[in-house]
Ligand binder design. Structure first.
Ligand code: ARG
Length: 569
């Protein structure tokens, strides 16, 4: 909708200024329905530029504005705001278009000129350690962004940059040699490896210098190609990958590529040599790094002992990706604590003369427990991700008995969708840069900005359909009369512009906020406008069609976030 308005304003502005584009962003949904549905706040800045009174400029704009098919006569308010009220006929027309388009709900595919190739780098857990709650944010935020970009029509490549080559393997290999219980390992390799990992971790933390040195040695041997260590690496890696894949399946997460750190090992020596040759990196004390003015720490790419680092791998990864995928943008969905790492990485890439690719670190904060400290189990361990998902599903099951009225039927798979949807949604509905408090009760509340509330709204619509013996069809007629219908209709038409807004700064919480508003407007529509008992057959059909479009929009919105709907709750 906003795009149509912008086009009309752009046309009206050409007679007044030659940089119309610069002013169009000030056309926004009105904050208060008193001021209409949309508001254009461009007469004031234009007036300054033209040195004319703003109200006069607003009048000129309106005189040139060809908008009669969309809006009532525009009104000028205050110092020169232009208030726009959409015509009901126009709303109806647009809703009908959206309803007929069951796949895209009227949201156009992005212009081919604006179409980009994105690489989204997300999840990237360090394998061989159990996956914990800290891994969930990158995983769900990255996956949601990838889905949203794809829906817009971009070419999206997802890549899981697994940490499969780090020092944790030194610990595992050392533990494997010294502490492994063969029988337990045969029965449950992941659990046994995790036990062994914890023993070694504990020793290093003690600190036990001898173990620490032995672990470093095992890591170095692995990296220099020791057959024995590579054999253990090849043996344990699949177990831990299976474990991670199980979690991805539960969370509905997929990747086009899983090229872990190990994949880039053969390219690292050249990466460093290239930096040295171009004079971008320097040797200092035997180590090699890129030094930036004003930064205390350099971007290290080779240690004194010859070992390569996380940064070296990331640099090799950038080069490989540029060559193989020719992306316009690479998005790194990674914890804010790695801010400096990515600043250095991006600066180094630019020093290499690579400027034609957007590189963005999409940062996020920490998951906290209800005590406000990083989320841990009672025993102080980090919380394992599988256990966390199980617990959410258990909570979702108990929700059924508590809210027996609301939730009349459910299978365990419904509880799985509700429980896991709750976790995903709770994460995505936060401003990603803030820390957030993990609370099962809050995330599973039936009333509020939760997945359960959206899933419930969706299921409630399905139950209206079954009671009314109605099968939603795409060609249904629609009419807008009641103010609650109008408010719902306008919100439905915002889906596309909300996606644009959410992706402008990669913020899935714009989409959750929209779904919440939509569900609320649906709720007041449902309270005020009888559907199955509407006054006429025509009105009943129209309202059923409005319900159907609402259900589809909720479903599509949740789907883009990676959350499934349930037919009955
Ligand atoms: N394995 C890293 C970690 O757990 C995350 C990887 C993020 N992606 C990247 N290209 N550095 O912190």
């Amino acid at each position: 909708m906003i795009d149509i308005l912008k086009q009309r304003f752009a046309a009206a502005l050409t007679a007044i200024t030659d940089d119309a584009e610069a002013y169009l962003d000030s056309i926004r949904p009105a904050n208060d329905p008193k001021f209409g549905d949309y508001q254009a706040n461009l007469a004031m800045p234009l007036a300054k530029k033209l040195s004319q009174p703003p109200r006069n400029v607003a009048q000129q704009i309106i005189a040139n504005l060809n908008i009669g098919d969309i809006c009532e006569e525009p009104e000028i308010a205050g110092p020169g705001f232009i208030n726009l009220r959409l015509k009901n006929t126009f709303i109806t027309e647009q809703l009908q278009k959206a309803a007929a388009d069951t796949e895209r709900l009227g949201v156009p595919v992005i212009d081919s000129a604006k179409r980009k190739t994105y690489i989204v780098d997300y999840s990237g857990p360090n394998v061989a350690k159990p996956m914990h709650v800290g891994h969930i944010r990158s995983t769900v935020i990255g996956s949601a962004l990838a889905r949203m970009l794809r829906f817009q029509g971009h070419n999206v490549i997802t890549d899981n940059h697994l940490g499969d080559w780090g020092t944790q393997f030194g610990m595992i290999i050392y533990g494997y040699r010294n502490y492994l219980d063969r029988q337990a390992y045969q029965q449950n390799p992941v659990e046994e490896l995790s036990r062994v990992y914890k023993i070694v971790r504990g020793k290093i933390d003690e600190p036990d210098e001898e173990t620490a040195a032995a672990v470093l040695n095992e890591t170095a041997k692995l990296h220099s190609g020791s057959e024995d260590n590579l054999k253990i690496w090849h043996e344990v890696l699949p177990y831990s990958k299976d474990e991670i894949d199980r979690i991805y399946r539960r969370l509905n997460i997929t990747f086009d590529y899983t090229l872990g750190e190990s994949f880039y090992q053969p390219m690292l020596a050249d990466t460093v040599d290239d930096l040295l040759r171009q004079g971008i990196a320097k040797e200092s004390d035997g180590a090699v790094g890129v030094f930036f003015d004003g930064d205390e720490v350099p971007f290290l790419v080779r240690k004194k002992d010859g070992a390569f680092l996380y940064g070296t791998t990331d640099l090799a990864t950038v080069k490989y990706r540029l060559k193989k995928f020719k992306p316009d943008a690479v998005l790194y969905v990674v914890d804010f604590r790695q801010t400096l790492h990515f600043e250095h990485l991006f600066k180094t890439v630019r020093l290499l003369g690579i400027n034609d690719v957007e590189l963005t670190h999409i940062k996020f904060g920490t998951v906290l427990g209800e005590d406000g400290k990083p989320f841990k189990t009672r025993s102080g361990d980090t919380v394992g991700l599988n256990g966390l998902l199980d617990e959410a599903v258990r909570h979702a099951e108990s929700l059924r008995s508590k809210e027996a009225e609301a939730i009349t039927s459910g299978t365990s798979s419904a509880a799985e969708k509700i429980g896991i949807g709750a976790i995903i949604y709770a994460d995505l509905s936060q401003n990603r840069e803030s820390d957030y408090v993990f609370s099962y009760d809050k995330m599973l509340a039936m009333n509020g900005n939760t997945a359960a509330y959206m899933q419930y709204a969706y299921a409630r619509i399905q139950s209206i359909f079954s009671r009314g013996n109605y099968t939603p069809s795409a060609d249904g007629a629609l009419q807008i009369e009641h103010p609650a219908e109008r408010a719902l209709g306008i919100e439905l038409l915002k889906f596309g512009e909300v996606l644009d807004g959410a992706l402008r700064d990669y913020r899935p919480n714009f989409l959750t906020a929209y779904l919440f508003e939509l569900a609320n407007r649906y709720s007041s529509f449902f309270e005020q406008c009888p559907v199955l008992k509407a006054d006429s057959e025509e009105l009943r059909t129209s309202r059923l069609n409005l319900c159907a479009l609402t259900a589809r929009t909720l479903q599509k919105g949740l789907e883009l976030l990676g959350i499934e709907t349930v037919e009955r709750m």
